[in-house]
Design a protein around this ligand. Structure first.
Ligand SMILES: Cc1ncc(COP(=O)(O)O)c(C=O)c1O
Length: 375
């Protein structure tokens, strides 16, 4: 039997039709190399533009690391203002998403509920675990700017075990209304966990963390990948009641964090690390305001949603040609146009001053060429 037939006969049914995740970096790996020496500009994964130096203590690398290193858990608990037993650290917030699905959803029968357009990994993780996905799109009309459709979220309750709410929402940059989230939490009090994904929370001041003490079915996701400028580290946090953390510890790998990751995360969460993070956030937000001021005056660009994260969503009828032009010049942004309600939409991560200037320059050039060729 050939390997192809072997795989066709033996692959798990729910895995057969899945496709590997097209990560922001994988999508442009070939274009980033090219023949010229221009450095690529990565504005497609909402990463931070700069990285910091960290020290590594290699003296214990011969030993297996702690599953939940106390220096990381204690530092994050202090930063977030919760107790240590309410914190789980994992290989990015993405692993937190998967652990919640694995611990709380029965394959085949149970569902997660998502509100697109939103972050893709909630649905991808559910599918890899053979768990159903119910979609209740955000409302984007006169009554709301990408707001939660509470009535339909409530109506979809059957077999829903996890409700994912992204706040700030990636890629729209909008914040769901607090009273809507609260109604959903209350409705699902006895049947589902409500996961509030705060991956971008440091760019706004509207955390929902206070609800952890009030509502036992609330879970908050956090990460070091965005404001802390450590996407390469793979380190994220799930914050919840201790009993929920206890269940997640049953399904987490024995050594989710390597020793160097724990060392670096602890330094990032030190008081010097927090000061650096806050300075970087201020700089990015400053840069973002400048981009938001200029972008809508170029070509047919129309901003979409809001900018409560470190990214900007916009619409242009030239989105394919603009993407191609930027890729040709090794500037990479993210096409979001396949998401519901986001026809012709592209998303830019806010970079540093030089990166943003180059981006604006190229976008301006693109529309000048468009205008000249359409004359
Ligand atoms: C909303 C949201 N949640 C979670 C993540 C993943 O975070 P991590 O890098 O910690 O896995 C991302 C990454 O882009 C995101 O946008």
């Amino acid at each position: 039997m050939s390997l192809t037939s072997f795989i066709a006969n033996n692959i798990a049914k729910h895995v057969k039709d899945l496709v590997p995740y097209a990560s922001a970096r994988r999508l442009f790996a070939a274009s980033a190399q090219g023949n010229d020496t221009t450095a690529p500009i990565w504005l497609n994964a909402n990463e931070a533009p700069t990285s910091a130096q960290y020290d590594l203590d290699t003296s214990l690398y011969n030993r297996y690391p702690d599953c939940q290193p106390d220096k990381v858990i204690s530092a994050y608990a202090q930063y977030a203002g919760v107790n240590k037993d309410q914190v789980l650290v994992s290989r990015g917030a993405d692993e937190g998403i998967e652990l919640l699905i694995r611990a709380f959803c029965n394959p085949v029968t149970d569902h997660v509920l998502i509100c697109p357009p939103t972050y893709g990994m909630y649905a991808i993780s559910a599918r890899t675990c053979n768990v159903g996905v119910k979609s209740v799109p955000l409302i984007n009309n006169d009554q709301g700017d990408f707001q939660l459709d509470v009535a339909n979220i409530v109506a979809a309750s059957d077999n829903v075990k996890l409700v994912f709410i992204c706040a700030p929402n990636n890629p729209t940059g909008t914040l769901p209304a607090r009273q809507d989230i609260e109604s959903i939490i209350t409705h699902y009090a006895d049947s589902a966990l409500v996961i509030i994904d705060e991956a971008y929370i440091e760019f706004t001041d509207s955390t929902h963390i206070g609800w952890l003490a009030q509502y036992p079915n609330v879970v908050i996701l956090r990460t070091l990948s965005k404001a802390f400028a450590l996407a390469g580290l793979r380190c994220g946090f799930t914050l919840a009641q201790p009993d929920i953390i206890h269940e997640l510890l049953k399904v987490i790998a024995p050594y989710p964090l390597s020793a160097p990751v724990a060392d670096i995360a602890a330094q990032a969460l030190s008081s010097a690390g927090l000061t650096r993070m806050r300075d970087q956030v201020a700089t990015i937000l400053h840069e973002q305001v400048a981009l938001v001021d200029v972008l809508p005056s170029i070509g047919d660009i129309e901003l979409v949603g809001a900018q409560t994260g470190n990214f900007i969503l916009f619409r242009t009828t030239h989105k394919d040609a603009l993407m191609q032009f930027l890729v040709h010049h090794k500037v990479f942004i993210r096409d979001q146009s396949k998401q519901i309600q986001l026809t012709d939409c592209l998303r830019i991560s806010t970079g540093n001053a030089a990166e943003n200037a180059r981006l604006l320059d190229l976008i301006t050039q693109f529309y000048q060429i468009q205008e000249a060729t359409s004359l």
